[in-house]
Design a protein around this ligand. Sequence first.
Ligand code: C5P
Length: 215
Amino acid sequence: TGLVVAMDGPSGSGKSSVSRGVARALGLRYLDTGAMYRAMTWWMLQQGVDLADPAAIAARSGEPGIVCATDPDAPAIHVDGVDVGGPIREAEVTGAVSVVAAVPEVRARLVALQREAIGAGGIVVEGRDIGSVVCPDAPVKIYLTASAEARARRRSAELAGTTVEAQQEAMARRDTLDSTRKTDPLSMADGAVELDTTALSLDEVIAEVLRLVKE
Ligand code: C5P
Protein backbone atom coordinates (compact mmCIF):
# COMPACT_ATOMS: atom_id res chain seq x y z
CA THR A 1 0.00 0.00 0.00
CA GLY A 2 1.17 3.52 -0.76
CA LEU A 3 -0.72 5.13 2.10
CA VAL A 4 1.01 7.92 4.02
CA VAL A 5 -0.47 9.11 7.32
CA ALA A 6 1.02 12.47 8.37
CA MET A 7 0.86 12.92 12.16
CA ASP A 8 1.86 16.38 13.36
CA GLY A 9 1.52 18.20 16.66
CA PRO A 10 3.39 19.63 19.64
CA SER A 11 5.37 17.60 22.18
CA GLY A 12 3.27 15.51 24.55
CA SER A 13 0.25 15.46 22.25
CA GLY A 14 0.61 11.67 22.07
CA LYS A 15 2.03 11.52 18.53
CA SER A 16 4.46 8.64 19.12
CA SER A 17 2.09 6.25 20.88
CA VAL A 18 -0.74 7.05 18.48
CA SER A 19 1.46 6.74 15.37
CA ARG A 20 2.92 3.40 16.44
CA GLY A 21 -0.52 2.06 17.35
CA VAL A 22 -1.98 3.11 14.00
CA ALA A 23 0.99 1.65 12.09
CA ARG A 24 0.64 -1.65 13.96
CA ALA A 25 -3.12 -1.83 13.36
CA LEU A 26 -2.72 -1.23 9.63
CA GLY A 27 0.52 -3.17 9.07
CA LEU A 28 2.36 0.00 8.04
CA ARG A 29 5.88 1.20 8.75
CA TYR A 30 6.52 4.05 11.21
CA LEU A 31 8.93 6.99 11.00
CA ASP A 32 9.78 9.24 13.96
CA THR A 33 11.21 12.42 12.41
CA GLY A 34 11.71 14.03 15.84
CA ALA A 35 14.22 11.26 16.58
CA MET A 36 16.20 12.38 13.52
CA TYR A 37 16.39 16.00 14.74
CA ARG A 38 17.38 14.66 18.14
CA ALA A 39 20.08 12.44 16.58
CA MET A 40 21.49 15.41 14.64
CA THR A 41 21.53 17.41 17.90
CA TRP A 42 23.22 14.58 19.83
CA TRP A 43 25.97 14.46 17.20
CA MET A 44 26.49 18.26 17.25
CA LEU A 45 26.86 18.12 21.06
CA GLN A 46 29.32 15.19 20.79
CA GLN A 47 31.38 17.14 18.29
CA GLY A 48 31.43 20.24 20.45
CA VAL A 49 29.81 22.37 17.74
CA ASP A 50 28.89 25.82 19.09
CA LEU A 51 25.09 25.73 19.09
CA ALA A 52 24.91 29.50 19.46
CA ASP A 53 26.36 29.72 15.94
CA PRO A 54 23.84 28.68 13.24
CA ALA A 55 26.54 28.91 10.55
CA ALA A 56 28.65 26.34 12.42
CA ILE A 57 25.64 24.01 12.72
CA ALA A 58 24.86 24.47 9.03
CA ALA A 59 28.46 23.80 7.98
CA ARG A 60 28.54 20.40 9.74
CA SER A 61 24.96 19.30 9.12
CA GLY A 62 25.88 17.04 6.20
CA GLU A 63 28.35 14.93 8.20
CA PRO A 64 26.50 12.53 10.53
CA GLY A 65 25.13 9.33 8.98
CA ILE A 66 21.63 9.06 10.43
CA VAL A 67 19.66 5.84 9.97
CA CYS A 68 16.15 5.37 11.34
CA ALA A 69 14.48 1.93 11.48
CA THR A 70 10.79 1.92 10.52
CA ASP A 71 9.34 -1.10 12.36
CA PRO A 72 6.68 0.23 14.78
CA ASP A 73 7.56 -2.58 17.21
CA ALA A 74 11.28 -1.81 17.17
CA PRO A 75 11.94 1.85 16.42
CA ALA A 76 15.70 2.38 16.46
CA ILE A 77 18.03 5.19 15.47
CA HIS A 78 21.74 5.05 14.71
CA VAL A 79 24.30 7.76 14.07
CA ASP A 80 27.38 6.49 12.22
CA GLY A 81 26.51 3.00 13.45
CA VAL A 82 26.05 4.01 17.12
CA ASP A 83 22.67 3.26 18.73
CA VAL A 84 21.55 6.62 20.16
CA GLY A 85 18.00 5.62 21.16
CA GLY A 86 18.73 6.32 24.84
CA PRO A 87 20.87 9.48 24.74
CA ILE A 88 18.56 11.35 22.36
CA ARG A 89 15.81 11.34 25.03
CA GLU A 90 18.02 12.90 27.68
CA ALA A 91 17.59 16.46 28.93
CA GLU A 92 20.74 17.77 27.23
CA VAL A 93 19.45 16.86 23.77
CA THR A 94 15.84 17.82 24.53
CA GLY A 95 17.01 21.24 25.68
CA ALA A 96 19.05 21.89 22.53
CA VAL A 97 17.03 20.26 19.74
CA SER A 98 14.80 23.22 18.87
CA VAL A 99 17.85 25.39 18.19
CA VAL A 100 19.41 22.81 15.87
CA ALA A 101 16.06 22.13 14.16
CA ALA A 102 15.69 25.83 13.36
CA VAL A 103 18.72 25.79 11.03
CA PRO A 104 17.51 25.60 7.38
CA GLU A 105 20.43 23.38 6.23
CA VAL A 106 19.59 20.86 8.97
CA ARG A 107 15.96 20.78 7.86
CA ALA A 108 16.82 20.42 4.17
CA ARG A 109 19.11 17.46 4.88
CA LEU A 110 16.67 15.68 7.21
CA VAL A 111 13.62 16.30 5.01
CA ALA A 112 15.55 14.65 2.13
CA LEU A 113 16.40 11.65 4.34
CA GLN A 114 12.77 11.46 5.48
CA ARG A 115 11.43 11.46 1.92
CA GLU A 116 13.90 8.69 1.08
CA ALA A 117 12.68 6.62 4.05
CA ILE A 118 9.03 7.24 3.12
CA GLY A 119 9.71 6.02 -0.41
CA ALA A 120 6.55 4.69 -2.04
CA GLY A 121 4.60 5.01 1.22
CA GLY A 122 2.86 2.48 3.45
CA ILE A 123 3.93 4.44 6.50
CA VAL A 124 2.82 6.60 9.42
CA VAL A 125 5.12 9.61 9.78
CA GLU A 126 5.17 11.75 12.91
CA GLY A 127 6.66 15.20 13.32
CA ARG A 128 5.95 18.92 13.10
CA ASP A 129 5.98 19.61 9.34
CA ILE A 130 4.97 16.29 7.76
CA GLY A 131 1.63 17.42 6.32
CA SER A 132 2.95 20.86 5.35
CA VAL A 133 6.46 20.21 4.01
CA VAL A 134 7.65 16.60 3.99
CA CYS A 135 4.50 15.04 2.50
CA PRO A 136 2.04 17.76 1.45
CA ASP A 137 0.25 15.17 -0.74
CA ALA A 138 -0.37 12.71 2.12
CA PRO A 139 -3.99 11.50 1.84
CA VAL A 140 -4.46 11.53 5.61
CA LYS A 141 -3.17 14.42 7.74
CA ILE A 142 -3.79 14.58 11.48
CA TYR A 143 -2.93 17.43 13.83
CA LEU A 144 -2.92 16.15 17.41
CA THR A 145 -3.40 18.59 20.25
CA ALA A 146 -3.99 18.38 23.99
CA SER A 147 -4.14 20.94 26.78
CA ALA A 148 -0.75 22.16 28.02
CA GLU A 149 -1.48 20.55 31.37
CA ALA A 150 -2.39 17.14 29.88
CA ARG A 151 0.74 17.20 27.71
CA ALA A 152 2.99 18.03 30.65
CA ARG A 153 1.32 15.34 32.76
CA ARG A 154 1.98 12.68 30.10
CA ARG A 155 5.60 13.73 29.69
CA SER A 156 6.35 13.76 33.41
CA ALA A 157 4.76 10.31 33.74
CA GLU A 158 7.30 9.08 31.15
CA LEU A 159 10.29 10.79 32.75
CA ALA A 160 11.31 10.03 36.32
CA GLY A 161 12.30 12.90 38.59
CA THR A 162 10.47 15.80 36.97
CA THR A 163 7.43 17.69 38.23
CA VAL A 164 4.44 18.50 36.05
CA GLU A 165 5.16 22.22 36.52
CA ALA A 166 8.80 21.93 35.42
CA GLN A 167 7.73 19.87 32.42
CA GLN A 168 5.05 22.36 31.45
CA GLU A 169 7.59 25.16 31.52
CA ALA A 170 10.21 23.27 29.47
CA MET A 171 7.59 22.19 26.93
CA ALA A 172 6.20 25.70 26.60
CA ARG A 173 9.71 26.96 25.85
CA ARG A 174 10.26 24.29 23.18
CA ASP A 175 6.80 24.85 21.63
CA THR A 176 7.45 28.59 21.37
CA LEU A 177 10.78 27.98 19.62
CA ASP A 178 9.24 25.37 17.30
CA SER A 179 6.25 27.49 16.32
CA THR A 180 8.05 30.82 15.89
CA ARG A 181 11.16 29.74 13.95
CA LYS A 182 11.53 31.17 10.43
CA THR A 183 11.87 27.90 8.52
CA ASP A 184 8.81 25.60 8.48
CA PRO A 185 7.39 26.40 11.91
CA LEU A 186 4.99 23.99 13.56
CA SER A 187 1.53 24.79 12.24
CA MET A 188 -1.56 22.94 11.08
CA ALA A 189 -1.21 21.83 7.44
CA ASP A 190 -3.84 22.52 4.78
CA GLY A 191 -6.31 19.66 4.83
CA ALA A 192 -5.31 18.42 8.28
CA VAL A 193 -7.91 17.17 10.75
CA GLU A 194 -7.40 18.48 14.28
CA LEU A 195 -7.83 15.89 17.00
CA ASP A 196 -7.86 17.07 20.64
CA THR A 197 -6.71 14.16 22.78
CA THR A 198 -7.05 15.83 26.20
CA ALA A 199 -10.04 13.79 27.30
CA LEU A 200 -9.38 10.64 25.24
CA SER A 201 -7.55 7.42 26.05
CA LEU A 202 -4.80 6.18 23.72
CA ASP A 203 -7.10 3.48 22.31
CA GLU A 204 -9.83 6.05 21.64
CA VAL A 205 -7.42 8.27 19.72
CA ILE A 206 -6.11 5.34 17.68
CA ALA A 207 -9.69 4.27 16.88
CA GLU A 208 -10.52 7.80 15.72
CA VAL A 209 -7.46 7.95 13.45
CA LEU A 210 -8.31 4.52 11.99
CA ARG A 211 -11.81 5.83 11.27
CA LEU A 212 -10.34 8.86 9.46
CA VAL A 213 -8.04 6.59 7.42
CA LYS A 214 -11.01 4.46 6.30
CA GLU A 215 -13.05 7.51 5.24
O1 C5P B 1 8.85 14.97 18.57
P1 C5P B 1 10.08 15.30 19.38
O2 C5P B 1 9.78 15.91 20.70
O3 C5P B 1 11.02 14.12 19.50
O4 C5P B 1 10.85 16.37 18.48
C1 C5P B 1 12.02 16.99 18.94
C2 C5P B 1 12.23 18.33 18.27
O5 C5P B 1 12.59 18.14 16.91
C3 C5P B 1 11.03 19.28 18.23
O6 C5P B 1 10.93 20.03 19.43
C4 C5P B 1 11.36 20.15 17.02
O7 C5P B 1 12.26 21.18 17.37
C5 C5P B 1 12.09 19.20 16.10
N1 C5P B 1 11.27 18.63 15.03
C6 C5P B 1 11.05 19.38 13.90
N2 C5P B 1 10.38 18.85 12.83
C7 C5P B 1 9.90 17.61 12.88
C8 C5P B 1 10.07 16.81 14.05
C9 C5P B 1 10.76 17.37 15.13
O8 C5P B 1 11.47 20.53 13.84
N3 C5P B 1 9.27 17.09 11.82
